[in-house]
Write a protein that binds this ligand. Sequence first.
Ligand SMILES: Nc1ncnc2c1ncn2[C@@H]1O[C@H](COP(=O)(O)OP(=O)(O)OP(=O)(O)O)[C@@H](O)[C@H]1O
Ligand SMILES: [Mg+2]
Length: 311
Amino acid sequence: MEATIEVRGLRKSYGPTVAVDGLSFSVQPGQVTGFVGPNGAGKSTTMRVLLGLDTPDEGEALVGGRRYRELRAPLCQVGAMLDAAAFHPGRRARDHLLWMAHSNGLPAKRVDEVLDLVGLTSVARRQVGGFSLGMRQRLGIAGALLGDPPMLIFDEPVNGLDPEGIMWIRNLLRWLAGQGRAVLVSSHLMSELEDSADHLVVIGRGKLIADTSVRELLDRAANGRVAVRTAQRHEAMTVLSIAGATVAATGPDSVTVSGLPVERIVTLLTEGGVSFSGISEHRPSLEEAYMELTQHAVEFHATAGQVRSWS
Ligand SMILES: Nc1ncnc2c1ncn2[C@@H]1O[C@H](COP(=O)(O)OP(=O)(O)OP(=O)(O)O)[C@@H](O)[C@H]1O
Ligand SMILES: [Mg+2]
């Protein structure tokens, strides 16, 4: 079975609220695909439809080419952790997973493997009701990994986690994609996907805003720009713009230069007697790159097919 997650022309309303409005995208194996959009954009709804927890009004949501409900051993095809991972508070962590494993014909040995994988072995016999948020997230992930599925869907897995927990999830996502799995992970913050996503599907008000590889997005935003740190910002801007560069102030002691190579910038500043403490190729953050993409999209709104602004 091809391990691709696919959403085609999906539409879903709740009464007068249109949660998902004609959405199409696909999630390829071997990649982490970030699913980004502000609160209420329709991320969880899309994921619920993918997991057969909600029925679409129009279109389809397929995992490995099939509807979730048609899967015979779903845990072995697609693993999922939704936003509000619900556990029975009185149940012990290991028992929760044993019950899941049993219902999908998986051995108890696999339960102990995933408990180990998420670092919950020492608390496996404790009641879930006493678990911290981070421990709950880990237990949710253990459940998702139980059937060793080629496709994974995580709804806001880093929500509320401390920096160590966020780092752990990032590494886990990368590791899972590195094994050839298709990983779809939602977030309402672009910055949360920094260093973990290979691809981005951005939505707003149930509609697709952007569908792009992270590499392409960052390269386009970097656009050969150079970052210069200098206490003499004003002098640096003068010298460089006279030489034909486009210079923008990006902080009290930093400017971003485009139109000149690094070597030329060094020469110009040195000859002009302008001191500087650092020069490097500009590496935009994911957030910054995305802002640029959408700003551009607003200017060329009429021609942009794949890219639109938030509103
Ligand atoms: N069961 C429901 N009943 C009524 N309205 C719903 C239901 N589920 C979602 N909605 C509405 O659909 C829209 C999309 O919600 P959804 O939860 O999919 O967004 P989201 O992108 O996951 O947001 P968040 O970042 O806050 O999790 C919202 O306006 C929400 O209020
Ligand atoms: Mg949500």
